[in-house]
Design a protein around this ligand. Structure first.
Ligand code: FAD
Length: 321
């Protein structure tokens, strides 16, 4: 197997997204004896050239320019175009992130790449590649193959392992072109959804209508902080005004795949389950033993979340001390 693979990495603020390293590890497997190039963008981009080399990149293209610190489709599109023209990759990989959902179809159509998005697994059989992705809100999986020569694949965070594999990488510093932008972003209002990105968190503690108030999220935040996780929510909790919609998980919220998902006071409506059913381990805490969430939970605790969550926090704090 011998393919040239390009990975578009992504930063959140000044930090490289974990899914970028996951894409690089996958890229190594797909490239085989071919080349693996990583492109990194933003004023802090140079800091990550070494890290990307340690995760398998043969070459790192660095666009160390502050204009990439804030996502703007035209600016990114032109930089991506430059990288594609310079590397002519057989396969492009990137995280299935909000920004990539915006720009990937544009790149794919302009450069004649087929696009398979939101992959959770890849099967490699000799030279054949099959891509697995969830459909019907996570109720089933489809296996797809490209009919095009060139492939563009976005991967869902937390589904591929980021494995270090040091290479002696070449670092190329690139200049971004001046771009005539069609839209101007005047301001970005950040919502307080916690320090850890929900989409990439390994542990998520979620609250539903059963949390009963804004303050009711207090014990959940505490448990999340002890476990180094993020706090999420059902739409029920968001609709009640207990938390921000940025925390919503489900069909019309975020789709996540953490290692551990703890659902507190969430009934388990199909629209919620669509966003978290592929979590590796699911724990449900609900005082109603008939709550549908127990049907998909690996472990169920029947009881009052306001009694159980503090007990869990205390026990984890003791064990992790
Ligand atoms: P409820 O269904 O009211 O459940 C609350 C649960 O808390 C109950 O099971 C109760 O037994 C338990 N409880 C109460 N008090 C306690 C306590 N002290 N301790 C323990 N347990 C307690 N929902 C989403 O979540 N995400 C989506 O993306 C989403 N998209 C939607 C899209 C569409 C088009 C539609 C129509 C709906 C969507 N919904 C979504 C809404 C969804 O159908 C449910 O209404 C919602 O998920 C219910 O939220 P909930 O489980 O928090 O509330």
């Amino acid at each position: 197997m011998n393919r040239n693979v390009l990975v578009f990495t992504e930063m959140k603020g000044s930090v490289l997204r974990q899914v970028s390293l996951e894409a690089l590890s996958l890229g190594q497997k797909i490239a085989g004896d071919g080349s693996l190039v990583a492109a990194v963008f933003g004023s802090q981009a140079s800091r990550y050239a070494e890290v990307l080399g340690q995760h398998g990149a043969d070459q790192v293209m660095v666009f160390a320019d502050p204009q990439f610190d804030r996502y703007q489709a035209d600016i990114y599109y032109h930089a991506y175009r430059k990288v594609i023209q310079a590397t002519n990759p057989d396969v492009i990989l990137a995280g299935h992130t909000v920004n990539m959902k915006d720009v990937a179809p544009r790149i794919a159509s302009r450069f004649g790449y087929g696009l398979i998005s939101d992959c959770t697994n890849v099967e490699l059989n000799g030279h054949d590649l099959s891509f697995i992705r969830p459909i019907y809100a996570g109720k089933a999986f489809e296996k797809k193959r490209f009919t095009t020569e060139n492939m563009f694949v976005t991967i869902r965070p937390n589904n591929f392992k980021a494995e270090p594999s040091p290479k002696v990488q070449e670092v190329v510093f690139c200049e971004a072109d001046n771009v005539d932008v069609q839209t101007v972003i005047r301001d970005i209002v950040l919502k307080s959804t916690g320090a850890i990105d929900l989409a990439e968190a390994k542990i998520v503690i979620s609250g539903g209508r059963g949390v009963k108030s804004k303050e009711g999220f207090g014990p959940l935040n505490e448990l999340a902080s002890v476990l180094g996780g993020a706090t999420g929510a059902s739409r029920g909790a968001c609709d009640e005004g207990y938390c921000d919609y940025g925390m919503q998980i489900g069909q019309t919220g975020k789709v996540i795949t953490p290692d551990l998902y703890i659902a507190c006071g969430i009934s388990g409506a199909i629209q919620h389950v669509a966003g978290m059913s592929n979590s590796k381990v699911i724990i449900a805490i609900n005082k109603d033993p008939e709550a549908p969430i127990f049907q998909i939970a690996d472990y169920g605790i029947v009881g009052d979340l306001f009694e159980i969550v503090p007990l869990l926090t205390e026990e984890f704090r003791r064990r992790l001390a």
